[in-house]
Design a protein around this ligand. Structure first.
Ligand SMILES: [Zn+2]
Length: 501
């Protein structure tokens, strides 16, 4: 409380200063609130303002603006996020976000392209992720402040030389590879991943919405500007989605005219070692294609702001077209018995590696989206307690989405009728601890994808079918996909087996 009062007094003292420090073209937090209120009065059918969290120190609401038809509903549509002001001094990033909001809602009624986006996509904008840090900048205490204001030494006061966490090093993916462990550093990554309310707010919103795209708007006090960074380079390699991501980043960059009017933005990869960054977490943990755009210096003269924002619309809007256009694979995963949407893991077997976390359906609709380059793919769908489904030869064309409706059967449901129980199906189903409780003979055949039989035996009473294959058929099989067929005489059950080693 003492701290809050100190801050309020500071703010009062510097009220006069504020106008002198920054051009009035730049929004204060209060101006953002007022402007969003005015827009809501006009456009409540296509926008909603939500509090997605509260800032770490001063509990200031972090506002998330959703622009979509039926804004209060979570609809089965692709979702796209734009955010600004991870870093407190990068004021131009908030302006780009506010500009996007205004432009979209103002043009809904008059521009068919905008209407189609808003009707078919859920667009989220977080104009100011770091309001605590913003207050440090606006008050004039430090106009180059970057972090939030976490009280790192717990002394109840704000220490410019020691407090704060770099929010863009606090995300929980490769966190340990990035930032600094020194609280006094501008790049302090925080005591543990997602230690800050601000990054947790982004995480919670994202886990529900599983955005297809995100743009993190930033600005650079020094270093390269007018550049689009994408994930990632790591030990000489790129991400498994590199072909798709690079093409998208370049398409975004080449659509944004630079400020001087001499060319466009450039696209380049970032590094995985920029650990804890929003961009790498979005891609690595969620599958969101996330870009960081450095739009300019932190707070260019007020008369430059509109032009920088307007130029950036072209990049932002390319992603909305791309979300609708593909190409890629989409669909739902549901429980075959109940029809309930499932948050299953959907793997494109040709486009994966161990660095990234499994791609999941969204929890509300069981929907997945995956952008791909044209080609033929294998889709593998898994969920605990369900039989794995593998769909081969799924073709992706030059544009549009190939749709899949996938139903998962509970493991063992059919077999239970006949007294067969297969338990403990884990990472390597072939290695399952299976057994059979039967008084009758069954015949078991194991064969390959192309149908050639590699093992055949009778099963009676209780007997394990586990091991690496050796125990049941007397030879070691190479890793791969097999089928197991259990013949009861009046019924045949087939099960796909994956042998990983
Ligand atoms: Zn930044």
């Amino acid at each position: 409380m003492k701290r809050l009062i100190t801050l309020l007094i500071t703010l009062l003292i510097v009220q006069g200063l504020e106008a002198g420090v920054f051009d009035p073209r730049y929004h204060t937090y209060e101006e953002i609130c007022n402007e969003l209120d005015s827009l809501l009065e006009l456009y409540s059918t296509i926008m909603m303002v939500d509090t997605i969290g509260w800032s770490t120190m001063d509990s200031i609401p972090i506002l998330g603006v959703k622009i979509s038809d039926n804004p209060w509903m979570n609809e089965d549509e692709p979702k796209v996020l734009y955010n600004g002001l991870h870093h407190a001094e990068e004021k131009i990033s908030t302006e780009v976000c506010m500009y996007i909001i205004n432009d979209l809602v103002n043009r809904y009624g008059i521009d068919d392209r905008v209407r189609r986006w808003i009707d078919s996509i859920e667009i989220w904008v977080i104009p100011m992720l770091n309001p605590d840090g913003h207050n440090v900048v606006m008050s004039g205490l430090d106009t180059t402040w970057r972090k939030n204001t976490r009280d790192n030494n717990n002394n109840g006061e704000f220490d410019l030389d020691y407090d704060g966490v770099d929010l863009n090093r606090n995300y929980g993916f490769a966190w340990e590879l990035g930032g600094s462990t020194d609280p006094s550093s501008e790049y302090y990554r925080g005591p543990y991943p997602f230690s800050e309310n601000e990054t947790r707010a982004v995480r919670e919103l994202t886990l529900i919405n599983r955005f297809m795209f995100d743009i993190c708007y930033h600005a650079a006090r020094t270093g390269q500007i007018e550049v689009v960074y994408y994930p990632w380079r790591w030990e000489g390699g790129f991400t498994p989605d590199h072909a798709v991501i690079q093409a998208i980043a370049e398409s975004v960059a080449c659509r944004i005219p630079n400020f001087m009017g001499t060319g466009t933005y450039a696209a380049t990869y970032g590094y995985l070692t920029q650990g804890g960054s929003a961009r790498n977490w979005f891609y690595g943990a969620i599958g969101t294609i996330a870009l960081t755009i450095e739009v300019g210096r932190c707070y260019p003269p007020g008369e430059y702001v509109d032009s920088i924002c307007r130029n950036n619309l072209h990049g932002a809007y390319y992603l909305l077209d791309k979300a609708l256009m593909g190409p890629g694979i989409t669909g739902h995963v549901r429980d075959a018995m109940t029809g309930t949407p499932m948050q299953a893991e959907v793997e494109i077997v040709e486009v994966t590696d161990t660095m990234i976390e499994p791609r999941k359906c969204d929890p509300v609709h069981g929907r997945f989206w995956r952008l791909l380059v044209p080609g033929s793919y294998t889709v593998r769908v898994t969920a605990a307690g369900y039989d794995t489904v593998i769909i081969e030869n799924v073709n992706v064309g030059e544009s549009g989405y190939t749709e899949l409706e996938i139903l998962l059967n509970r493991t063992g449901v059919m077999e239970e009728k006949h007294g067969l129980h297969i338990f403990g199906i884990g990472v390597n189903p072939f290695y399952c601890e299976g057994g059979i409780d039967l008084n009758t003979h069954v015949k078991v055949r194991i064969y390959t994808l192309t149908g050639s039989v590699v093992g055949m035996f009778d099963l009676y009473e209780r007997r394990y079918m586990g091991g690496d294959g050796y125990e049941v058929i007397g030879k070691k099989l190479p890793a791969g996909v097999y089928f197991c067929e259990i013949d009861y005489g009046d019924m045949v059950v087939r099960r796909k087996l994956l042998k990983l080693w």
